[in-house]
Design a protein around this ligand. Structure first.
Ligand SMILES: [Fe+2]
Length: 150
């Protein structure tokens, strides 16, 4: 049995190497947070790890949003809104943790893990399936153009 809390799995591959690496890194930070909690690390370390998670999440979402824009992805607004909602939620949790209103507990970690898995297999797959479809269409169009040229 694996000792890793947020287990990466091949079913999370989107086919985009950069995005897949970033997703793996997000799982890695969730595991770091889980580790820190389990070892009973102090507030400073937990806060640092939460900050790392927030920073990296924002960076990853921004990259994904730029990608969606560059591909004129029709669900851009909806996808971006989901990113914003999670970012706001985690920032809020972080502030509540700092002020002592909230603890880093296993429910919170399960929530983060579930959110990641669900988002990748839901919205992110929609995005990358759309990209694959567009590329296939383009390929068909190009091969038709080649036929006409002949
Ligand atoms: Fe996303």
């Amino acid at each position: 049995m694996s000792l890793v809390f947020a287990q990466w799995s091949a079913e999370y591959y989107t086919g985009n190497t950069k995005v897949d690496e970033e997703h793996q890194q997000l799982f890695h930070i969730v595991n770091k947070l889980h580790d820190a909690m389990k070892k009973g690390h102090g507030k400073d370390i937990l806060k640092q790890t939460l900050d790392e998670l927030i920073k990296y999440t924002i960076q990853h979402f921004t990259n994904e949003e730029f990608f969606m824009l560059s591909k004129r992805y029709p669900r851009y607004q909806e996808h971006k809104k989901i990113h914003q909602d999670l970012t706001n939620k985690v920032k809020d949790l972080r502030n509540k943790f700092v002020s002592g209103d909230v603890n880093i507990n296993i429910e919170l970690l399960h929530f983060l893990n579930q959110w990641l898995a669900h988002h990748i297999k839901g919205e992110d797959f929609k995005l990358f399936n759309y990209i694959k479809e567009q590329e296939q269409k383009l390929e068909v169009e190009n091969s038709l153009l080649t036929l006409i040229d002949l």
